[in-house]
Ligand binder design. Structure first.
Ligand SMILES: [Zn+2]
Length: 243
């Protein structure tokens, strides 16, 4: 028996296969990450090509093929695309990196509503506002939060003190107070920014102002924490940083 599903999702990765085909990774809210093959999608005559470009958010009809893990795309109707990003080198490289992260932190048959919303909100923001250095650390911290990796940013993990929190230990995923840590790497401004990013409604995550010093500290901590959690350095990050 073949199974057909109707779903809406964002294409976060594509791989060319054979002469004219592509395998897409589609992030959906209810089915998690789906692998789907687009037969003949690279031909300009293909009915699928409009709804099957990278970063496109589309309605899909998918049919289970011979392989249980890869669906065949029957139809794809575009809801939203981010084609304009092609003209923004930084924005495109950042979007690639964020989609890479979304790929790492999701799986098939996983509830991905919040992560899908996060990536859509963020890429929409990049399209609308252009590249901005605040976007990367905000996305990284929020993705880790949505994935269940956020430490307690309100009290010291050693003594419970809720004041004078001065150190964020990336290795231990913990925040420490002045009495419990000799090292300081967390200013009050950065702590306030992290608390905002990890707790505010998703639609507001970029609506805050920070100083250059806070942005630098936030960027360093977010990247360090993410890479420690991920255990590897994505090529898309190396490329982004080379620009
Ligand atoms: Zn303490």
């Amino acid at each position: 028996m073949t199974t057909e599903i109707t779903t809406t999702g964002m294409i976060i990765k594509e791989t060319k296969v054979g002469e004219g085909n592509k395998i897409f990774t589609i992030l959906t809210a209810e089915h998690g990450k789906i692998q789907a093959s687009g037969a003949g999608v690279r031909s300009y005559k293909s009915k699928l090509s409009a709804g099957c470009s990278l970063f496109c958010y589309s309605n899909f009809i998918l049919k289970q093929g011979k392989s249980k893990t890869i669906y065949n795309i029957v139809s794809a109707e575009k809801q939203m695309d981010f084609y304009d990003l092609r003209y923004d080198l930084h924005g495109l490289a950042l979007t690639n990196y964020l989609c890479d992260l979304a790929n790492y932190y999701t799986d098939s048959n996983m509830e991905c509503k919040e992560i899908l919303r996060l990536i859509l909100n963020t890429v929409y923001y990049i399209k609308k506002e252009g590249y901005n250095p605040k976007i990367k650390p905000v996305f990284e911290f929020r993705l880790l939060t949505e994935s269940g990796f956020s430490p307690d940013f309100y009290s010291c993990s050693n003594c419970g003190n809720d004041k004078s929190l001065v150190h964020f230990s990336v290795e231990n995923s913990a925040v420490l107070c002045k009495n419990c840590s000799k090292a300081e790497n967390l200013s009050q401004g950065t702590l306030d920014a992290i608390r905002y990013i990890t707790s505010t409604e998703q639609k507001n995550i970029f609506n805050f102002e920070i100083s250059d010093d806070v942005l630098t500290q936030l960027t360093n901590l977010a990247e360090e924490y993410l890479l420690h959690n991920l255990g590897k350095v994505p090529k898309s990050l190396i490329y982004l940083k080379s620009l």
